[in-house]
Ligand binder design. Structure first.
Ligand SMILES: Nc1ncnc2c1ncn2[C@@H]1O[C@H](COP(=O)(O)OP(=O)(O)OP(=O)(O)O)[C@@H](O)[C@H]1O
Length: 256
C-alpha cells in the first residue's frame, strides 16, 4: 500500500446528498473519519444520521456528492476494501434461529476471514464482549442487550480499520456500555477510524475525538468532547439552526 493510501481518511463524505420523497434525507454533508479517530454523530430523531451512515457504507446511493471508504469511491470499492470495514447499522443479528456463536461465525465468513482463523477470532470477541454465557443461546432468545453485544462483536471480530456503528449502546446495560467503550478506544488506538452515532451525549464525550451535530440533514456544528454542559451546547446549536431555517423566506417557499 502506498503512503498516500495509508493516510487516506477511513471514511469520507464530500457534499453528499440524498433526498427522499417529501424532502427528508441528507443535503450536502462533508465529513471525514481519520485513522485512529472516534468521530461521533449526534442529532435528534430523524436528523439524518442513519441515512449518512448508509450512504457511507454503499447501502444507499447518493443523489450527488462523493463517498469514499479508505480512499476509494464506494461504488468502486472491491471485496478487499469491504473486508476492512465493520458496521452495525441495521439489524444486530442476521440469523435469529442460530446461536450467538453461529451468528459470529457467519459474520466472520461474510467478512472473508480465512476459515482457520475463525474460531480464534470468535473466541476473542466472545471474551471481549463478555458473551461466554450466552454464545450457545439461540439469537431469538437473547435479551435485547445481549443481542446488541453479539451484533457489535460481529461487526468488529475481523479487526476492521473503518467502523460504522449506529447507536451501538442501544439496549446495553452499564457494563455493556463500558465494554463497548473500551473496545472502541482500543481499536481507535490501534488505528481504526470509527464513526458512531448516539443519543447519549455523556457517553459520546467519553469516547469521541470529534462530535459532529446534524440537524435536518445538514451538519450544523461541532461539540467539544471536553466541554461542559454538552446538552445545553447541543440544544443551542439545534434551536439556532431551526430558528434560522424557519426565518429563511426561501426555505418557507420551498416548504410551501
Ligand atoms: N427509505 C426512506 N424513505 C423515505 N424517508 C426516509 C427513508 N429513510 C429515512 N427517511 C427519512 O429521512 C430522515 C432521516 O432519517 P434517519 O433515519 O437518517 O435519521 P436518524 O438521525 O438516524 O434518526 P434516529 O435518531 O431516529 O435514528 C427522516 O425524516 C426519515 O423519516
Amino acid at each position: 500500500m502506498s503512503a498516500a493510501a495509508a493516510e487516506a481518511p477511513r471514511l469520507e463524505a464530500r457534499m453528499v446528498a440524498r433526498a427522499f420523497r417529501g424532502g427528508a434525507g441528507v443535503h450536502g454533508i462533508d465529513l471525514t473519519v481519520e485513522p485512529g479517530e472516534i468521530h461521533a454523530l449526534v442529532g435528534l430523531n430523524g436528523a439524518g444520521k442513519t441515512t449518512l451512515m448508509r450512504l457511507l457504507l454503499g447501502m444507499l446511493r447518493p443523489d450527488s456528492g462523493a463517498v469514499r471508504v479508505r480512499g476509494r469511491d464506494v461504488a468502486e470499492a472491491d471485496a478487499a476494501t469491504w473486508a476492512r470495514v465493520g458496521q452495525l447499522v441495521e439489524h444486530p443479528l442476521a440469523y435469529a434461529e442460530l446461536t450467538g456463536r453461529a451468528n459470529l461465525e457467519a459474520a466472520a465468513r461474510l467478512h472473508g476471514l480465512e476459515p482457520r482463523r475463525i474460531p480464534d477470532a470468535v473466541d476473542r470477541v466472545v471474551e471481549e464482549f463478555a458473551l461466554a454465557r450466552y454464545a450457545g443461546v439461540r439469537a431469538s432468545r437473547l435479551s435485547l442487550g445481549n443481542r446488541q453485544r453479539v451484533g457489535v462483536a460481529g461487526a468488529l471480530l475481523h479487526d476492521p480499520d473503518a467502523v460504522v456503528l449506529d447507536e451501538p449502546t442501544n439496549g446495553l446495560d452499564p457494563a455493556g456500555v463500558i465494554v463497548l467503550r473500551e473496545s472502541l478506544l482500543r481499536r481507535a488506538a490501534a488505528g481504526a477510524g470509527i464513526l458512531v452515532s448516539s443519543h447519549h451525549l455523556d457517553e459520546v464525550a467519553r469516547v469521541a475525538d470529534r462530535i459532529t451535530v446534524i440537524n435536518d440533514g445538514r451538519v450544523i456544528g461541532a461539540l467539544d468532547p471536553a466541554g461542559i454542559d454538552l446538552e445545553r451546547a447541543f440544544f443551542a446549536l439545534v434551536h439556532e439552526d431551526d430558528r434560522a431555517r424557519t426565518a429563511d423566506p426561501t426555505e418557507q417557499e420551498d416548504a410551501a
